[in-house]
Design a protein around this ligand. Structure first.
Ligand code: NAD
Length: 506
């Protein structure tokens, strides 16, 4: 087992930890019905470090046969009741144990995400804090929720009970591999469901390590399983299964739409979606500290290489300050250049893979072609002579007719729009298929409330970008999705109401 007592401090420390993890052998098998196994047909997929091009592991690539086995095991576990009917306080104890194990191994888990998908290790450690906090939050809340007694007359007793759904398939993306996993599995497990996790084919390693920690924590057989593999294969099989009760998905809007169709073609399972975004960040001229706002506006898009669902990818600036403000954003972007993901000082890391790298560069090409002004970045770069890196890229003079102004790029590309007055700001902000997040920078409380109410968005950040914790729900409106992660509201996604009406003799 990795020695997590020694906290890596430097790039050399992280490199040494990475070398020792690889030498010990990374878990590359599926976790199915309490055993680590190869895919039924022996198929594998290759996972690669995008910062170096090196192969990390050949990982089991599950398909429909593995999905069927996992669904049967999950159903057996659910009907058996060892978890689903366990007293909430006892489920809490197991989940808190899992949180402790994750905390003890947080450096290893963070490193696996960094190696797999290229994010800076400092940022991956931040994700671990989020993932562990999420697990603790739901574990702690589950034995504090009460049912309801309906306001009946003396001749009846009406009870409203909350019950787990059954078998939940969680399908997650690669941009925050373990944190998105925690947002899904923590409330689903806390509510008493059996959970099958399908990590992204681009970042399966931390989920497989999590499986062994879940086993060590004492989750009963079949209650938590991990099936690595491709979306069109094992993901589709789970989505079409007649015995999965809920699909909890985080990923692109296109795949989210497919999942709703699969549910309609199969058993009408509940589909709970967290999808893409093209989030507007509105800066009004009355802001006091424009240097600070510019720093936040740059971080809102360049954090995690722009591979963030709530990236502040559309910067809407009041025209009276636009020129000066864009200069400040460019200065901030200059300080956010990509570096070695294993260097704790790096702000940006590598782009997840060739496909995403090429897609981002294609959007940049289209931005230039469509007439936006490229102010910085725009060309692929390398770190230490290798890897898939793209520097902070800023376009000014973007309009809502341009692809870079409308479509989710999912990379470090900022599109700047100018506006005059609140009405135009709100019109531009809402002129999107998406409605995930919006930012609003102003000192005028009346304006803040007026504009906040008019924004069609799952969350609004006022004088910050993405400062949130577990206590508030996270999710989108319009084509950004239909569910909520985090807070006690996410427990509602993973449970059903049962009404019980008892006739009494008064
Ligand atoms: P993606 O939609 O390509 O893949 C997400 C997951 O779905 C992966 O595990 C993939 O294997 C699986 N999948 C793909 N096709 C499938 C199919 N036909 N059937 C079943 N499963 C299938 O998304 P991605 O590229 O991994 O992630 C980026 C997207 O995720 C962006 O659009 C981003 O905005 C979104 N995202 C949203 C949130 C949020 O909370 N709203 C958070 C993170 C990422």
């Amino acid at each position: 087992m990795t020695d997590n007592r020694r906290i890596p401090q430097t790039r050399d420390d992280w490199q040494a930890l990475a070398a020792s993890l690889v030498e010990q052998g990374l878990e590359n098998r599926a976790y199915l019905d309490d055993a680590f196994v190869d895919a039924a047909d022996g198929a594998t997929l290759t996972t690669t470090n995008p910062a170096t091009g090196e192969t990390l592991a050949e990982v089991a690539s599950c398909d429909a046969a593995d999905a069927d086995r996992a669904v049967s095991a999950a159903r057996r576990a659910f009907e058996g009741g060892a978890w689903s009917r366990l007293a909430p306080g006892k489920r809490k104890a197991v989940l808190l144990r899992l949180a402790e194990l994750m905390a003890a191994h947080r450096h290893e888990l963070a490193l696996l995400d960094t190696l797999d998908m290229g994010k800076p290790v400092t940022s991956a450690l931040g994700d671990m804090a989020g993932a562990i906090g999420c697990l603790r939050h739901h574990a702690e809340s589950i034995d504090k929720l009460y049912g309801e007694v309906a306001p009946t007359g003396d001749d009846a007793l009406g009870l409203v009970l909350r019950e787990p759904l059954g078998v939940v398939a969680s399908i997650v993306p690669w941009n925050f591999p373990l944190m998105m996993t925690a947002w899904k599995i923590a409330p689903a497990l806390a509510a008493g469901n059996s959970v099958i996790l399908k990590p992204s084919e681009k970042s399966p390693l931390s989920a497989l390590r999590l499986a062994s920690l879940a086993r060590e924590a004492g989750l009963p057989r079949g209650v938590f399983q991990v099936l690595p593999g491709f979306g069109h294969s094992v993901g589709k099989a789970l989505a079409l299964s007649m015995d999965v009760d809920c699909l909890a998905f985080t990923g692109s809007t296109g795949v989210g739409k497919q999942l709703m169709q699969y549910a309609g073609q199969s058993n009408l399972k509940k589909v709970f979606l967290e999808c893409g975004g093209k989030s507007p960040n509105l800066v009004f001229a009355d802001c006091k500290d424009l240097d600070k706002v510019a720093e936040h506006a740059a971080a809102a898009i360049f954090h995690n290489q722009g591979e963030v669902c709530i990236a502040g990818s559309r910067l809407l600036v009041e025209n009276s300050i636009r020129e000066a403000f864009v200069e400040k954003v460019l200065a901030a972007a200059e300080r956010m250049q990509p570096g070695d993901p294993l260097d704790p000082a790096s702000f940006m890391g590598a782009i997840v893979d060739d496909t995403q790298h090429a897609r981002i560069l294609e959007y940049i090409r289209r931005g230039v072609e469509e007439g936006a002004t490229l102010r910085t970045g725009g060309e692929a770069t390398a770190v230490g002579g290798k890897g898939l890196f793209i520097p902070p890229t800023v376009f000014d003079g973007v309009t809502d007719a341009m692809a870079i102004g409308r479509e989710e790029i999912f990379g470090p590309v900022l599109s700047v729009f100018g506006f005059d007055g609140e009405d135009e700001a709100v019109r531009l902000a809402n002129d999107s298929d998406y409605g995930l997040a919006a930012g609003l920078w102003s000192q005028d409380i009346d304006r803040i409330m007026r504009v906040t109410r008019r924004l069609r968005s799952g969350q609004v950040f006022v004088n910050n970008w993405a400062d949130m914790d577990q206590t508030v729900p996270f999710g989108g409106v319009k084509q950004s999705g239909n569910g909520r992660d985090k807070s006690h509201h996410s427990l509602e996604e993973y449970s059903d109401l049962k009404s019980v009406w008892m006739t009494l003799t008064p």
